[in-house]
Write a protein that binds this ligand. Structure first.
Ligand code: DOR
Ligand code: ZN
Ligand code: ZN
Length: 391
């Protein structure tokens, strides 16, 4: 059979620094097997599995389960993220050293979903992470400024009577953590940057020499709070969809390298947690299988990034930040291939029911998106080809 490819582009396999795989605990929404399939189909060859599982990945037993199950499935390298605090409770540091020295070799710590709020704990986590050659990835949200929050604090939410999630809740924590990182000399990674103001704080910190990196999600590049009008909880996410001016600033910041990479914050949720009232819906949206297409639509087509730039934000920088020496770079001659083949000129229509995840909460339902992943290879093995995963 002859493959019709009008615009084939080869890229290093994508690396996602921020994936919720939900195992252990919520296998009704995603498992390491189904999430790995979604990742391979999306062009990913490595994902970092967030620690807000049940039980929480705050010890070597849980992180080794995630690591081992990822290797068994074998579609993508699954790197467990370790929790910063015990039970994500923000009271006591988790066993960072044990996790870093375990089989799973944890190199990213995060309480994602919850901010490491206490500045002393954050300082100690940063100091430990330096000694462990790791990074702390902060979910930047001042919880006392987001009590009862339902959407971005601004005009769109006010019109609908939804309580606001102000930009300053994110910006105040990012400013604090940049100062703490600078003071300790540690490396900080800021999760899912969503406001123009945060990008400006990061620009200044980098100019000053602070060792800070940052990610932006596909949904914060494409979607804005105009989507709130229908009250469809598929658009509820934390941090919330911001304004059109924010999405424009985030695209510019990603193009300029102020934001280092794209990370999905892939967050599967059960139907009962999304097909309900806005106020009781859980925040989060699927991202693994649509990320590349959203980047093509928001960055490549408007001329903000070329394909070299796509490799930088989807592969190289996330591999560097996550400490992966074997990913995120061009393959050498004779080396087993870890790569993604993209048809740049193809378009496809997103259907949540056809995605590999157990959950179907995609905000792009019915949208026609550009750029299609044709094939993914991990160390010389085809993991996904033409929309099918290897078995
Ligand atoms: O929207 C989100 N969903 N934001 C988070 O920080 C956590 C995530 C989840 O686990 O569902
Ligand atoms: Zn988060
Ligand atoms: Zn997250």
């Amino acid at each position: 059979r002859v493959l019709e490819l009008a615009g084939a582009v080869v890229l290093p396999g994508f690396v996602d620094l921020h994936t919720h795989l939900r195992e252990p605990g919520r296998e009704d929404t995603e498992t390491i097997a189904t999430g790995s399939a979604a990742a391979a189909l999306g062009g990913y060859t490595a994902v970092f599995a967030m620690a807000n599982t049940d039980p929480v990945a705050d010890n070597a037993v849980v992180v080794e389960h995630v690591w081992r199950r990822g290797r068994e499935v074998g579609l993508v390298d699954v790197h467990p993220v370790g929790a910063v605090t015990v039970g994500l409770a923000g009271e006591k540091l988790a066993e960072l050293g044990t996790m870093a020295n375990s089989l799973a070799r944890v190199r990213v710590f995060s309480d994602d979903g919850r901010c490491v709020h206490d500045p002393l704990l954050m300082r100690r986590a940063l100091e430990y992470s330096t000694a462990l050659d790791a990074v702390v990835a902060q979910h930047a949200e001042e919880p006392r400024l987001t009590v009862g929050a339902q959407a971005h604090e601004g005009e769109a939410a006010a019109r609908l009577g939804l309580a606001g999630w102000p930009a300053v809740a994110e910006e105040s924590i990012v400013a604090r953590d940049c100062l703490l990182a600078h003071h300790t000399g540690a490396r900080l990674h800021v999760c899912h940057v969503s406001t123009a103001g945060t990008a400006e704080i990061l620009r200044q910190a980098k100019e000053r020499g602070t060792r800070v990196s940052a990610e932006v999600t596909p949904h914060h590049l494409l979607l804005d709070d105009g989507r709130l009008a229908g009250y469809d909880p598929v658009n509820k996410v934390n941090p919330p969809l911001r304004t059109a001016a924010d999405t424009a600033a985030l695209r510019e910041a990603l193009a300029a390298g102020v934001l280092d990479c794209v990370a999905t914050d892939h967050a599967p949720h059960a139907p009962q947690d999304k097909d309900c009232e806005w106020a009781s819906a859980r925040p989060g949206m699927l991202g693994l299988q649509t990320a590349l297409s959203v980047v093509v639509s928001t960055m490549v087509q408007p001329g903000l990034l070329d394909w070299r730039g796509v490799a930088r934000v989807m592969s190289e920088r996330p591999a560097e930040i996550g400490g992966l020496a074997d990913q995120g770079r061009p393959i050498e001659v004779g080396e087993p291939a870890t790569l993604t083949l993209v048809d740049a000129s193809a378009t496809w229509t997103v259907r949540g029911a056809e995605l590999a995840s157990i959950a179907h909460n995609t905000p792009y339902e019915g949208m026609e998106l550009p750029g299609r992943v044709v094939m993914t290879l991990l160390r010389g093995r085809i993991t996904a080809y033409e929309g099918e995963v290897a078995t």
